[in-house]
Design a protein around this ligand. Structure first.
Ligand code: ADP
Length: 267
C-alpha cells in the first residue's frame, strides 16, 4: 500500500467551501501536532477538506483508503526483494512521520486491529513510531499530522473506534452541506448553473430525510455532483437522477419506486 502523495501550494488548493470554523480548528491542530478525527457520512466533503487544508498549510499529504485487509505493515513498510537484495521500503505512514507530512487514514475503522496499536504511541505526547522489523524508533517530524475519518452512521458495533483510540484525537463532525452551501458546491464541481442545481439539492434533502427508514444512508454530495455533471453533459434530468441519485442508494424495487415518486414531486 503506497498511499497517494499530493503536494500543492496554497494557490492551487483544491476548492473547499467551509461549513463553519473547521479550517481554523484544523490549522490550530496542525500547528500543535494534535491528531484530528473527521466524523461524518460518506461523500460529504471530508477528503476534499483534508486535501484543501494540506495545500493551505503547504504540507505533503499521504492518503490511505483503509479496508478490512489493511495491516500495520501496509502503513509502516516491509522488506521487499529488489534485484536479488532485500531492502526495507517505508510505507505511507512512515514516510509521513519522517518527512513531516499529513497522513490521512480514510475510514480507519475498516483497517485491521493491529493498525490501532501502531497509532497509539504516535498519538500521545511521545509522537514516536516504533518499527519492530528494523528495530528503529522514529520520532515524528514536528510537521507530521495524523488525520483519520470514520462514518459513525453505519451503526456497526464491531466497527466503531474504541474509546482508548478515539480519545487520542480532537474530532470534527461533518454533515452534508446545508442547501445554501450545497448548491454553489455542486454548481462549481459540475459546471451546471445554480438554478438547475437547486432542485437536485432539494431532492437530496428529501432523500436524506429517509435515512434510517427506507435508506441506510442519505444521498451524498458526491452523487448530487454526479447527477449535475450528467445533466450538464446533456442527459435528461430524469435519467441522470435515476442513475446518480436513485440506483446507487438501494436495490429494493419497492423503495426505488417510492424514491421515484419523490423525484416526481420535486421536479
Ligand atoms: P468524503 O471524504 O466525506 O467521503 P469527499 O470529500 O470525497 O467525501 O466529497 C465528495 C465530493 O463532494 C467532493 O469531491 C466534492 O466535489 C464535493 N464536496 C462536498 N463538500 C464540499 C465542500 N464543502 N466544498 C467543496 N466540495 C465539496
Amino acid at each position: 500500500m503506497d498511499g497517494s502523495l499530493t503536494m500543492k501550494g496554497a494557490a492551487d488548493a483544491p476548492f473547499y467551501l467551509a461549513q463553519g470554523d473547521e479550517c481554523d480548528v484544523f490549522a490550530a491542530a496542525a500547528r500543535n501536532g494534535l491528531p484530528v478525527l473527521l466524523k461524518g457520512p460518506t461523500g460529504c466533503g471530508k477528503t476534499r477538506f483534508v486535501a484543501h487544508m494540506a495545500a493551505q498549510l503547504g504540507r505533503p499529504l499521504y492518503t490511505v483508503a483503509c479496508h478490512d485487509d489493511l495491516s500495520a505493515a501496509d502503513l509502516i513498510g516491509r522488506y521487499l526483494l529488489k534485484g536479488g537484495e532485500t531492502v526495507w521500503v517505508d510505507g505511507p505512514l512512515t514516510r509521513a512521520v519522517r518527512e513531516g507530512a499529513i497522513c490521512y487514514l480514510d475510514e480507519v475503522v475498516e483497517a485491521r486491529k493491529d493498525v490501532t496499536v501502531v497509532l497509539h504511541p504516535l498519538t500521545d505526547d511521545r509522537r514516536i513510531l516504533p518499527i519492530d522489523r528494523t528495530g528503529e524508533e522514529i520520532e515524528a517530524h514536528p510537521d507530521f499530522l495524523l488525520v483519520a475519518s470514520y462514518n459513525p452512521g453505519y451503526q456497526n458495533i464491531l466497527k466503531t473506534l474504541k474509546p482508548s483510540t478515539r480519545q487520542r484525537f480532537i474530532a470534527l463532525e461533518f454533515d452534508f452541506p446545508r442547501a445554501a452551501h450545497e448548491i454553489p458546491v455542486v454548481a462549481r464541481e459540475s459546471g451546471l448553473s445554480e438554478d438547475r442545481v437547486a432542485p437536485l439539492v432539494r431532492l437530496a434533502g428529501k432523500l436524506r430525510g429517509l435515512k434510517g427508514q427506507d435508506l441506510e444512508e442519505g444521498v451524498s454530495t458526491r452523487l448530487v455532483v454526479y447527477a449535475a455533471t450528467l445533466i450538464r453533459q446533456g442527459m435528461p434530468v430524469e435519467r441522470a437522477v435515476q442513475t446518480a441519485m436513485i440506483e446507487p442508494l438501494t436495490d429494493d424495487p419497492d423503495v426505488k419506486s417510492g424514491l421515484r415518486d419523490l423525484v416526481t414531486a420535486v421536479f
